[in-house]
Design a protein around this ligand. Sequence first.
Ligand code: ZN
Length: 390
Amino acid sequence: MQGPDWQIGRMFGIPIHVHASWLFVFFFVTWSLATGYLPDMLPGLSQPRYWGMGGVAALLLFASVLLHELGHSLVARRYRIPIGQITLFIFGGVAQMRKEPPHPRAEFFIAIAGPIVSFLLAAGCMGLVALLEWLPAGTSVQGLTVLGALLGTVNAQLGLFNLLPGFPLDGGRALRAGLWAWSKDYYRATSQAALVGLLFGIGFGLFGAFLLVGALSGTLSGALASSGGWIVLLGAFLFAAARGSRKQAVVRASLASVPVRELMVKNVVALSPDITLEQAVNQYFLPYGYGGFPVVQDGRLVGVVAVRDVQTVNTSLWAQRRVADIMQTSSDEMSLSPDVSAIQALERMMSLEAERMIVVQDGEVVGMLTRASIGHFIEQGHPSGREHAS
Ligand SMILES: [Zn+2]
């Protein structure tokens, strides 16, 4: 997502971020509740009261979105998919998953977990509203009833909207799970489910435009203008997201068909762990200009050293410190077999947040794979005209 975002906390160890566009929608929701919905539903209260209630309701609505995303995230974690962060933005929330789901069943359960949370929240709010009916009537009971009914309705709508079967909506993910189970082709399933998403995007765009034009020309109620505008934006967002997913599926399918062997740098320059940082910089980093090197001793990979590791050490100490002191020591996670597919390699690099991995065969370093070389392959293998043919 482009533009600034801020971390506001963590839940279950997952960083929670709000995107700049969220602030806009937060003020918009508060404003429309405080100046339209609440004065209609609860006449006769003071302005500060409406704004206070509007703010609280807007916060609770976004807490609902957050819980929906946590539903996806916690089920994903059960399938060992790491969650980078949850971001709240103008159209709701998104949980960043660092890995593709392992099988269709996992995909299905991760997808429906969000709407299930929303429906449970809706049921809880409606239950609360029903209980409030038993209390003696008063302003605060009335206020709670209105807020409860609003939250209940919005959560139910959130659950229903997300169940639309167009990828990347949750219903579209469930559809992809089904197509994937049926065709056994994950990328084709993604592309097909995203096509449905694309069509929903167009449908929303047209419907929103119809409302907007009707409201502005006076054939429909003027109050529908802002709904129309939102629906157009939502349709455009869905369209763009579905189109992006289709492109990504094409790229990923081609990465799945290439082994690491074909993308790796073969003439790997390796460092000895015993040289000083000064030697490493002067004899390797500067002349070769690479961002990192494998560290090898007696033909075995013992670690990896990158520019940023060297930068953590003060220049005045470079003559005394050795590569062995600062390198990231080798682990099985850090190395790859040349026979795994480029997509598996890329996913591992993403989940480890690694820029490069060392390719090892029979204990010997045979190459190095960098994210840059994968990016280069994607650019070369996919001139922009090709996606239209697929
Ligand atoms: Zn969802």
